[in-house]
Design a protein around this ligand. Structure first.
Ligand code: DOR
Ligand code: ZN
Length: 342
């Protein structure tokens, strides 16, 4: 197969930042996807319906003319987010609420310190039928960084699932066999997104020939056995698994740093990277469901109209993009990919 036409896909998890950065990254996402779920971990975080609406307008102002792109907005869950704000958010078109355990990742300082504190708000979320998007990692210092996701499932997610049986939950950017198995056996209220980088790489990528900060993201890449389990899940045609790039831009000098930021920038070549991963698994015929159907079905939104076409063709990713006053280095900068969009 040398050509693949898909119903226009969506990205169910992306970071586009704010200000001047929007003008680099929004055009990349809008060129690939019809819609994208926009993460709210700005500084300060997006915690009100009004902030989400204003942020949406700033994103739309960065969409190049001629492209149709719909940002799907989210709120950032804190210990203090009031249940009323969920009702206002729903009315304002906000599609979901994001749970960051406090301290788990970039700009998560305002995140949740204890799930119980949010239960009134989660009840409102369940009532409104809005999904809770979960960064599923515990942060305790005595838990190994590679075990954070599996421990989160056992100690946080299983009790949460039991306490809110009809709350739609998306376990975001899953990285382990444990998560893939948990989601596969869970009921229809539970789903997961999978990034391209977790399908393509195992943790060796972070250490091959020296420390490679552009492969550092959270949850961190895991062993090969986990990568293989994610590939099986993504290519299984199980509608619980769908596309979420977790593309997370940081200026290159803050990734190539003594304390480098977490996040892989994949937005500019997202579909090409997923095609590479599905092709390697001889499962290109499963890409459309994963990229274009299962996400909107889970969120209760219509599938997109229109199509995109991927062609088998070698092309080389740029070394970097201008990013405000800095540079943004994509994952696989300067490397050759074998699928090209458009
Ligand atoms: O690698 C990551 N980067 N993981 C996250 O959870 C957040 C993201 C970011 O915002 O940079
Ligand atoms: Zn993310």
């Amino acid at each position: 197969m040398d050509e693949l036409t898909l119903t226009k896909p969506d990205d169910w998890h992306v970071h586009v930042r704010d200000g001047a950065a929007l003008h680099t990254v929004v055009p990349h996402t809008a060129a690939q996807f019809g819609r994208a779920v926009i993460m709210p971990n700005l500084r300060p975080p997006i915690t009100t319906a009004a902030q989400a609406q204003a942020y949406r307008a700033r994103i739309l102002a960065a969409v190049p003319s001629g492209l149709r792109f719909e940002p799907l907005m989210t709120l950032y869950l804190t210990d203090l987010l009031p249940p009323d704000e969920i009702v206002r958010a729903k009315a304002a078109g906000v599609v979901a609420v994001k749970l960051y355990p406090a301290g788990a990742t970039t700009n998560s300082e305002a995140g949740v310190t204890e799930l119980r504190k949010t239960y009134k708000t989660l009840e409102a979320l369940q009532r409104e039928g809005m999904p809770l998007l979960v960064h599923g990692e515990v942060v305790a210092a005595d838990i190994d960084v590679f075990d954070r996701e599996a421990v989160f499932i056992d100690t946080q997610l299983i009790p949460l699932r039991r306490d809110f049986p009809e709350l739609k939950i998306v376990l975001e950017h899953i990285t382990t066999r444990d998560a893939a198995q948990y989601v596969a056996q869970a009921d229809a209220f539970t789903a997961a997104t999978i990034t391209a980088h977790h399908l393509l790489y195992n943790r060796n990528a972070i250490f091959s020939g020296g420390i490679r900060p552009h492969y550092y993201c959270l949850p961190v890449l895991k062993r090969e056995a986990h990568r293989l389990a994610l590939v099986r899940a993504a290519t299984s045609a199980n509608p619980k698994f769908f596309l979420g790039t977790d593309s997370a831009p940081h200026p290159a000098h803050l990734k190539e740093h003594a304390s480098g930021c977490a996040g892989c920038y994949t937005a500019a070549s997202a579909l090409e990277l997923y095609a590479q991963a599905f092709d390697a698994a001889a499962a290109l015929d499963k890409l459309e469901g994963f990229a274009s159907f299962f996400g909107p079905d889970f969120y209760g939104l219509a599938r997109n109209q229109g199509t995109v076409t991927l062609r088998r063709a070698n092309w080389t990713l740029p070394q970097s993009y201008p990013f405000d006053q800095a540079q943004l280095k994509p994952l696989c900068a300067g490397e050759t990919l074998s699928w090209k969009l458009g």
